[in-house]
Design a protein around this ligand. Structure first.
Ligand code: HEM
Length: 389
């Protein structure tokens, strides 16, 4: 057997698939790799296989035994998902209503107002300005605070903890961050029980059959999942549009294309270079395209590769905001598919739509090749995005 490919793969360009990942994908759909932690795992790159395995109950999101391969992503997700994973169907029932279309419609004007305020501030400055700090980071934090019911003045505290929790380089830091995040959520939930408001935490507090621990766990899960992921996509999405004048012009000429443009951006955005893929552990021996995967082994389901599979997406590296993106796996697939997708989509539509409309000449203030993706956290995203206009 070939020597396992070592993760992470070198990312030579922030908007293109790592060459090593592309090369592996062209050779087949499943590959032996070594994780950053030094353990062997299977990397799955073919669209059909990734899609099927994302929704396959022969696989578990948590290690199935204590000797399982280590992977920073899986350790973190197992801790964060905790009770949620054990009682998944019940937790989904509680979590879906806050993302219902009528809730999103009610929240949208607020997201638009917040975006306009941030862009007004930006318009008053002269470039170069870091668009990550001016828009990509503050917007999802403000929205999360409003929607979930978290005091905005606590943003520095909780963003430090969520970033610590998502550290892929330091397991101790990750554990500590997660502990602090849970401690904070415990206080928040206690406060909401005393003083309920019109927000998601208050609604979780009165949801039928949820224990206090479950409300705290879900609050931590939403606070974590709720903004870092979106921050990363606003940054890479803005960069994709800025570096493709033809597509940007098309969008400016017809703003009704924004929902499709966001789907294409989500398909193409690849903000986490260090991560082999969504972690899963085999509960039983499996046969995958002629390869035997043994019970207990770790599989990394690579959504980036799947979203660039040429058998599903014609000329997959090309940006086409009018493309059919139905097969995109950005939000996962099936049973575990992202519950927060409506909120992420709505924010991206507002943020990127308004940005293109108000700053038609915005461009990166440095060469795109100089921009770096974050290697230190699970959610990745650009380290910074200096722009001028
Ligand atoms: C662009 C932004 C986002 C991306 C790319 C994203 C991606 C994903 C993916 C791929 C999964 C599936 C995980 C798996 O199969 O194991 C997932 C699950 C999840 N996401 Fe998101 N997400 C985003 C935004 C959000 C937001 C805004 C929230 C909440 C406010 C959220 C909350 C969750 C939760 C709770 C799950 C677990 C669902 C389950 O296991 O049933 N996500 N997300």
């Amino acid at each position: 057997m070939n020597t396992p490919a070592q993760l992470p793969f070198e990312q030579t360009h922030p908007l293109r698939v790592a060459p090593r990942l592309r090369a592996l994908q062209s050779q087949g759909s499943i590959h032996r790799v070594r994780t950053v932690e030094g353990d062997e795992a299977w990397l799955v790159t073919g669209h059909a296989r990734v899609r099927q395995l994302l929704d396959d109950d022969r696989l578990s999101r948590s290690p199935v035994d204590s000797r399982a391969a280590r992977d920073s992503g899986s350790a973190f997700l197992a801790n964060l998902l905790g009770d949620f994973a054990d009682d998944h169907a019940r937790m989904r029932t509680v979590l879906e209503p806050p993302f219902a279309p009528e809730r999103m419609r009610a929240l949208r004007p607020h997201v638009e107002a917040l975006t306009d305020e941030l862009l007004d501030e930006l318009a008053g400055r002269t470039g170069p300005v870091d668009l990550r700090l001016a828009l990509a980071l503050p917007l999802p934090i403000l929205v999360m605070c409003e929607w979930l019911g978290v005091p905005h003045e606590d943003k520095d505290k909780f963003s430090t903890w969520t970033q610590d929790a998502a550290s892929v380089q330091d397991p101790e830091r990750s554990q500590q961050g997660l502990g602090q995040l849970f401690g904070y959520c415990q206080t928040l939930v206690a406060r909401k029980r005393e003083n309920p408001a019109d927000d998601v935490i208050s609604r979780l507090c009165v949801a039928e059959g949820l224990s206090d621990g479950e409300v705290i766990g879900l609050t931590a899960l939403l606070l974590f999942g709720g903004y870092e992921t979106t921050v990363a996509r606003i940054g890479t999405g803005a960069l994709l549009l800025m570096t493709d004048p033809e597509q940007r012009q098309k969008l400016r000429a017809d703003p009704s294309l924004i929902p499709g443009a966001v789907e294409e951006i989500l398909r193409l955005s690849m903000p986490n270079p260090h991560n082999g893929g969504m972690p899963r552990y085999a509960r039983t021996d499996l046969e995958i395209d002629g390869t035997t995967v043994r019970a207990g082994e770790l599989l990394l389901l690579n959504i980036i590769a799947a979203n660039h599979d040429g058998t599903v997406f014609d000329d997959p590296g090309r940006v086409d905001i009018t493309r059919h993106t139905e097969g995109s796996l950005t939000f996962g697939f099936g049973l575990h598919a992202c519950v927060g997708a409506p909120l992420a989509r709505m924010q991206l539509q507002v943020a990127l739509g308004r940005l293109v409309e108000r700053f038609p000449t915005m461009r990166p203030a440095v060469e795109v090749e100089e921009l770096r993706l974050r290697h230190d956290t699970l959610t990745g995203g650009l380290v910074d995005l200096p722009v001028t206009w």
